[in-house]
Each structure stands twice: as structure tokens, then as C-alpha cells.
Design a protein around this ligand. Structure first.
Ligand code: HEC
Ligand code: HEC
Length: 286
């Protein structure tokens, strides 16, 4: 209730402060089928306690041209970096003389569906980890290799490769593990907290105004099922925490570090908001 009031106030503030929010134009009525055979779930019934009536993929808010790029893995420009990830999967690195494949074998089998259930609770570090951090964990603890730096091309490519093995699988994270629930609550609170000079929360744009335009951008629900996502604007894969930071920066607020407690809590919460949507990695967005 409190959150709803805050979000309403923010929506009013935004229309006043952000020029360009004008006309509404909801999601399109279209179906995403990849390579003519993988039927993707772009509309799902929300999990219990979700504020919206329907969970919608960001794909439904893009132009026809952009949507088409995602329907064919040969046309999808993000697949080049996924291929780099496949090469890295088989590359020996570190003092143990191992590659990912040495332990996990064929990723198409061992990683099928795995990406759809991240972030997961990590007992050892007593916090949730995402695929990027799981990869770094395997590199440092299992391979004797260095952790990838945030947004290193290798990190994006290998994360996308692992997630791509879940293409079509519905997102489902386990909030019963460890202290996932309290991270969800922290993420929920952050989602509705207004920040920055523009005094906007995630909800101001992605809940109150989804379907509306902000400048030339058609606002979606801000779901994470396509990450790492190929952005036409950047002409490369963009990681989730990079996207979060960009959205926060747009409210003219200071943005937290990648993999900080704040962004991990947001990742847990926002991933839950997209429960039931197919993993689209690498999704194509503007
Ligand atoms: C020496 C063996 C070894 C190597 C090499 C290795 N891993 Fe792992 N990996 C494991 C073990 C053991 C686990 C499960 C325990 C854990 O979470 O650490 C695991 C778990 C994972 C998971 C989570 C699986 C799940 O079901 O949740 C992913 C994803 C993963 N590894 C990716 C990679 C990638 C990518 C590489 C290469 C950079 C790699 N691993 C290298 C041993 C290895
Ligand atoms: C000022 C408005 C605004 C705010 C506030 C905002 N975003 Fe966004 N966000 C956008 C725009 C514009 C896009 C690109 C169009 C779209 O997909 O909605 C976007 C895209 C996204 C996407 C990618 C969606 C996809 O399908 O690829 C995610 C995830 C996201 N935002 C999360 C967040 C989170 C989490 C917050 C709060 C920390 C937030 N956003 C705050 C405007 C905003």
C-alpha cells in the first residue's frame, strides 16, 4: 500500500519532470517463435503477490524490425558473442590446466535450463550469486584462473553462452533457499524507492508507465529474461548490471557498483517479477 502511494506520487512527478512521456501504446499482439520451432513465452501469469496482472517480455514493446532480429538465430547479432562464449567454454585457462568443459562436458547438456534459475543462494559467500559470479567462482576455485573483471568481453560472452542453453525455459528462481527471501525484500524496497534529481523509482517507469513513451523509448516492464542482451545502440551484448546502472544514472542518481548488495538484491527481485517468461538470451533490444 505504502509502495503504491509512493509509486503513484512518482508517476505524477515524472510526467511533470520528464518531457516526452506522452501517449500510451501498449505491447503488441505478436508471438515469438525462434527458428520456426522454439515457442517462446512472452506473456505469463504473475506469481503470487505480483503487482501487475500479466508479466510481459520487453520483446513485445520493440519495433517490428527489432523483434524480427530475435526470431532467427542466424540474424540475431548477439549470437556472434555467444559463439565466443562457446570457444571460451572449451579453452584451458589457469594453473589447474582445465577448461569449463573439463568438468561440465557438453554445455548443451550440462547447462540446459541452468541459467533460468539464477540468481541462486550461495552458501559459501552467504549471499545470492548470478551466472557472472558463478563463473568467477569456478574460475578462481576450480581452475586456478583469475576472476573476470566486470563487463570484460569474456564475462559477457560466457554468461550469454551459459544462459543461451536455457533458451525458451521459463524463469523460475528458488526463494526458499538460504536467505533469498530477505534479499527479495531488500530488492522490493529498492524498486519502489525514488532516487536522483528526477526523484524516480524503477516502478515510476516500468510499473506506472509501461506502455508509455519516454523520449523515443517505449517503456516495457523492465524484465531481465533476455540478459545479457544485444543492444543495437551499443552494437554489443550489455550485461544486466550495466543496464541497471544505466537506468539509475538516467534518474541522475549515483549508481551502485556492479555485484554490490544493492544490485544483487535488485537482480533477485526483478528476476522474480519476470517469473514464467522464457529465457531469451541473447535478446535483441534497441
Ligand atoms: C574443476 C571442475 C570445474 C571447472 C573447471 C568448472 N566448474 Fe563450474 N562447477 C563445478 C562444481 C563442482 C560446481 C557445483 C558447485 C558450485 O556451485 O561451485 C559448478 C557449478 C557451475 C555452475 C552452476 C550449475 C548449477 O546447476 O547451478 C555453472 C553455471 C558453472 N559451474 C559454470 C562453469 C563455467 C562457465 C566454467 C568455466 C569458466 C566452469 N564452470 C568451470 C566445477 C567446475
Ligand atoms: C526514467 C525511466 C526509467 C527508470 C526510472 C528506470 N528505467 Fe529501466 N529502462 C528505461 C528505458 C527507457 C528502458 C528501455 C526500454 C524498455 O525496455 O523499457 C529501460 C530498460 C530496462 C531493462 C531492460 C528490459 C529489456 O527487456 O531488455 C531493465 C531490466 C530495466 N530497465 C530495469 C530497471 C530497474 C531495475 C530500474 C530501477 C533501478 C529501472 N529500470 C529504472 C527507463 C527507466
Amino acid at each position: 500500500m505504502r509502495n503504491q502511494i509512493i509509486a503513484k506520487a512518482a508517476a505524477v512527478a515524472m510526467t511533470a519532470l520528464v518531457p516526452g512521456i506522452a501517449f500510451a501504446g501498449g505491447p503488441v499482439d505478436d508471438e515469438l517463435v525462434i527458428d520456426g520451432e522454439i515457442q517462446m513465452i512472452t506473456r505469463a501469469a504473475p506469481p503470487e503477490g505480483h503487482p501487475l496482472d500479466e508479466v510481459l517480455s520487453g520483446w513485445l514493446y520493440r519495433t517490428e524490425e527489432t523483434r524480427l532480429l530475435e526470431t532467427d538465430t542466424f540474424e540475431n547479432p548477439g549470437m556472434l558473442e555467444v559463439q565466443d562464449g562457446a570457444d571460451l567454454w572449451n579453452t584451458v585457462d589457469g594453473s589447474a590446466g582445465k577448461s569449463c568443459a573439463s568438468c561440465h562436458g557438453d554445455a548443451e547438456e550440462s547447462m540446459a535450463g541452468v541459467g533460468a534459475s539464477f540468481p541462486k543462494w550461495d552458501q559459501a559467500s552467504n549471499r545470492p550469486i548470478n551466472v557472472e559470479l558463478q563463473i568467477n567462482k569456478c574460475r578462481t576455485e576450480e581452475m586456478g584462473a583469475e576472476a573476470y573483471k566486470f563487463d570484460a568481453p569474456e564475462q559477457k560472452a560466457l554468461t550469454a553462452y551459459v544462459k543461451h542453453q536455457s533458451l525458451g525455459t521459463p524463469v523460475a528462481i528458488d526463494l526458499a533457499e538460504g536467505h533469498m527471501q530477505s534479499w527479495w525484500e531488500k530488492g522490493n524496497e529498492l524498486y519502489y524507492t525514488r532516487t536522483g534529481q528526477l526523484n524516480l523509482s524503477c516502478a515510476s517507469c516500468h510499473e506506472q508507465n509501461n506502455g508509455n513513451y519516454i523520449r523515443a523509448d517505449h517503456l516495457s516492464q523492465g524484465n531481465v529474461n533476455g540478459f545479457p542482451t544485444y543492444r543495437l545502440k551499443q552494437a554489443s551484448l550489455v550485461s544486466l548490471h550495466n543496464r541497471f546502472r544505466g537506468c539509475i544514472r538516467d534518474t541522475r542518481a549515483e549508481f551502485p557498483a556492479a555485484f554490490s548488495d544493492e544490485l544483487m538484491a535488485l537482480e533477485v527481485y526483478v528476476t522474480w517479477r519476470g517469473t514464467g517468461l522464457s529465457v531469451e538470451t541473447p535478446a535483441v533490444r534497441q
